[in-house]
Design a protein. Structure first.
Lengths: 351, 505
């Protein structure tokens, strides 16, 4: 992440590169952003985090059972799978795209991992990654090279992956189990320092993702493609390759999340993953990433996932409330976030 | 340094480049000029790898090259600054500046410290001091253009292509740009400079290539080519040929009388118009002359409220009209026939009848309900009057010829009973017979007391059809030709005249 050091010291324009003829400075642009602009930017960036902290505080005061170790650990693990899916989705959304196939890929990844686990951990991990990665790659190629709409392409992939899943499991009637003593199952089940292994893996992936997005050239291309595709192409950015890469990445993330989930559940549950793509998109948007592309960050998506899960947990805690209300609250929350984002975005453009 | 031979490029229905040659030497600023459709943009896009040529060869520093993408062209040393700023507004200034060639440190990660410092230095060298961490969109357009310039020259460019770089710059930013161009020259870099502003060309360019209709018509030293000759080459009118040709041989001469029906006073629009004033009397056809980019269409659009004016007033028959509002202008009786009739005019899927009635609909309906009988009467009148050739009023406009489409548009505006008609290139892209008919119609309409403002790149049409010609250059009125002065020769001289002075030879 970029550090906001004030004033770039040591650049007193003393470089001899242009030798003579350095033109007199023209009208000095305002240095630094205005107060209002900074506030808007801050709200857009950290609004979700502030909300998360407030909701979590309120929940721990309101319910004795919220801030217990068990509950938190459970939430962390169940968030981890959605978080990995949202990680890949963040890249896609920043390029201005959308990936609807991740829910199906998540389920397919789980089933393939469970089936493959009898041939060892390597197969259990690599098979779903390979299959889901290839589907993501095909998505990317169709979107970037054949210039088809991401919505349609990934919708088709979603149906296709679901179909493959059903055929592999005899219409969903076969559930492959993972041997609980295998190393693969322990990947999902074990804890390290009291925290589940999937959470550690997720954390590591998010650090890598954040570094890739902010500090690598690929990350710059992702932002450029989403910010202004034509300009990015004219500036020499590999637009098509970048798009293909993000959809492949999204497929890989969904497959991996499915595999980890299967390890956690020690079985490949076929009915999982429906609607997961929408949850992932919600989390990404709540985290401050613009659905129109060009702006967003990895940490926000993590916050978005946690916020969704905390809301879900709180509603479960209120025994009298139907769990259906969880969707109502999540939906309302998403609407509020999108409205706030649009409003903040407009405000900043005007400043 | 860079040479192009026999370059051709066709698009469906048009040959954009036809065997064009171009040679640019190191440390040379080469002007590329031409009017609309001359092929400048296509040539630039071929050079920068956006388009691939059908035929021809590009040789860069002795090696034949072929670019499949803009990236390849940039790697080979051809950088480009586009007319519209082509950067990513949401990304920071430094990220824009270094996209694709960020300084990298350990593990291949971007070294932001070095990047910000280098970006700051690069921009300071161009006289721009900004916080390079801010998003690009928070900068003014001029500053953004300077960032684009910094990006273009920072790469190891051998050739820098500038496509109308000054169109959104303030005068002092233009000075900075020119100083940068001179620095580039000292470094032995070749510059291809595209602009419509003659003063700029003569100030900064060494050589000039004139394109017209996809062909190269002239290459040579700019200093040896006087302005009049340059303009003649661009417009395709040889001086010998135009001498003496005047409006006498056309219809012209309308009875113009009374108070002006339209008065535009000091219309100013940032970057396009500088205090343009016009008067139009009933029954008069006033032509707007000038090169591409001189502000002709902008003037018409500002008068019609389609382009918000920063200052200035528009009066119709002495009554002020709110500027920047098309409904207000239409209510006052100003109708604009736009330049691009496909994009801004006709609705091809609708019938002739519907297209004509579209704008007049509010006036033809009662209690919000459309009065069919009245529409039929209006449509019938105009179809006859303008001699629109359609199988029936219900034929789809998309199926008509260009000339008839134009007449349908004209009918739409006439149905509004305007007092002022602004015609932007009314005969472009229609066949010769239809052209004559449209010109005849313009005359008739003026005879009936309409004030007509005519914009045309066709000199013959402009001179032949207008009672007066107001000449624009760089968004300002530079001359007005009346009576016997309305000749092609005078017009060419007025366009070519130097800033502040009269014709220069």
């Amino acid at each position: 992440m970029e550090t906001g050091k004030p004033g770039s010291s040591g650049s007193s324009g003393s470089s001899g590169s242009s030798g003579k003829g350095v033109p007199a400075p023209m009208a000095e642009e305002r240095l630094g952003a205005s107060r209002a602009e900074r506030l808007s930017a801050l709200a857009q960036r950290h609004g979700a985090l502030v909300t998360l902290i407030l909701v979590a505080l309120a929940a721990s005061i309101g319910f004795d059972t919220f801030a217990t170790g068990d509950n938190l650990a459970n939430m962390a693990v169940s968030s981890a799978f959605l978080a990995v899916v949202a990680l890949g989705m963040t890249f896609v959304v920043i390029t201005g795209g959308i990936d609807l196939s991740v829910g199906s890929l998540f389920a397919l990844g789980g089933v393939l991992a469970a089936w493959g686990s009898r041939y060892g951990t390597a197969v259990a991990l690599l098979l779903p990654l390979a299959v889901c990665g290839v589907i993501g790659l095909v998505n990317g190629v169709l979107i970037a090279r054949a210039r088809l709409a991401p919505f349609i392409v990934t919708l088709a992939a979603m149906l296709l992956a679901r179909g493959v899943l059903l055929s592999v499991t005899d219409e969903g009637s076969t559930t492959y189990l993972v041997d609980e003593t295998s190393f693969f199952a322990r990947l999902g089940q074990d804890t390290l320092l009291g925290i589940g292994v999937p959470v550690w893996i997720t954390g590591a992936l998010f650090v890598m993702g954040a570094v890739a997005l902010r500090r690598s050239r690929f990350g710059q291309y992702v932002y450029a493609v989403g910010g202004n595709e034509d300009a990015a192409a004219l500036m020499g950015a590999p637009v098509a390759r970048t798009k293909i890469a993000v959809y492949t990445l999204s497929g890989l993330c969904a497959g991996l999340a499915g595999a980890l989930n299967a390890a956690w559940l020690v079985s490949g549950v076929t009915i999982l993953g429906a609607g997961l793509e929408l949850e992932a998109i919600s989390a990404v948007v709540i985290g401050g990433t613009l659905l129109t592309g060009g702006y967003g960050f990895i940490s926000g998506s993590l916050v978005g996932v946690l916020l969704l899960k905390v809301i879900q947990n709180v509603i479960n805690q209120i025994g009298s409330l139907d769990s259906a209300y969880q969707q109502v609250v999540s939906g309302a929350f998403l609407a509020v976030v999108v409205i706030a984002q649009t409003w903040l975005g407009r405000r900043r453009r005007m400043l | 340094m860079l040479s192009v031979t026999g370059l051709s490029k066709s698009f469906p229905g048009a040959r954009a480049l036809d065997g064009v040659d171009l040679a640019v030497r190191p440390a040379e600023v080469h002007a590329l000029v031409g009017e609309n459709g001359a092929g400048k943009s296509t040539l630039i896009k071929v050079l920068t790898g956006v388009y691939r040529p059908d035929e021809g060869e590009i040789v860069l520093e002795g090696r034949p090259v072929r670019f499949a993408t803009p990236l390849e062209a940039q790697r080979a040393g051809i950088s480009t600054i586009y007319q519209e700023v082509n950067l990513v507004p949401l990304m920071s200034v430094a990220r824009n500046l270094f996209l694709g060639r960020e300084p990298r440190g350990r593990l291949g990660l971007i070294d932001f410290r070095r990047m910000h410092q280098a970006a700051d230095e690069a921009l300071r060298a161009l006289g721009l001091r900004v916080d390079v961490r801010r998003p690009l969109r928070s900068l003014g357009v001029g500053a953004q253009q300077m960032v684009a310039l910094a990006r273009a020259v920072a790469a190891d460019a051998r050739v820098v292509v500038m496509d109308e770089p000054t169109s959104s710059l303030e005068p002092r930013e233009v000075r900075t740009l020119f100083e940068v161009i001179r620095t580039l020259k000292e470094r032995g870099i070749a510059v291809i400079y595209v602009s419509h502003r003659l003063d700029e060309l003569y100030e900064i360019c060494d050589t000039v290539t004139v394109l017209r209709d996809g062909r190269r018509v002239h290459t040579g030293s700019l200093a040896e080519l006087d302005r009049l000759r340059l303009v003649s080459l661009m417009l395709g009118r040889e001086m010998g040929e135009v001498r003496g040709k005047g409006r006498a041989e056309f219809t012209g001469a309308h009875r113009t009388s009374g108070e002006p029906v339209l008065e535009a006073i000091d219309l100013t629009v940032r970057h396009s118009l500088r205090g343009v004033s016009l008067r139009l009397r009933p029954g008069e056809v006033v032509g707007l002359g000038g090169l591409l980019g001189s502000g002709r269409s902008e003037t018409a659009r500002a008068v019609a409220g389609a382009l918000p004016a920063d200052s200035g007033r528009v009066l119709v028959a002495g009554v002020p009209v709110r500027t920047g509002s098309t409904p207000a202008a239409i209510r006052a009786g100003i109708s604009l026939l736009p330049e691009d009739r496909k994009a801004e005019g006709i609705v091809p899927g609708l019938s002739v009848r519907e297209n004509i009635a579209l704008a007049a609909l509010p006036g033809l309906s009662r209690f919000g309900l459309v009065d069919d009988a009245r529409i039929d009467r209006v449509v019938d009148t105009f179809v006859k009057r303008l001699r629109i050739k359609a199988s029936s009023p219900h034929q789809r406009v998309g199926e008509l010829s260009g000339g008839n489409q134009q007449k349908v548009l004209l009918a739409r505006w006439l149905a509004m009973r305007p007092r002022v008609l602004l015609l932007d290139e009314p005969t472009r892209g229609i066949d010769v017979g239809a052209k004559a008919e449209v010109r005849g119609l313009i005359d008739e309409l003026a005879d009936e007391g309409l004030g007509v403002l005519l914009i045309s790149s066709d000199m013959e049409e402009l001179i032949g059809g207008s009672d007066r010609v107001v000449v624009l250059r760089d968004g300002a009125v530079v001359a007005e030709l009346t009576g016997a002065e309305v000749t092609e020769e005078r017009l060419l001289r007025a366009i070519a005249a130097q800033e502040g002075g009269g014709p220069d030879d």
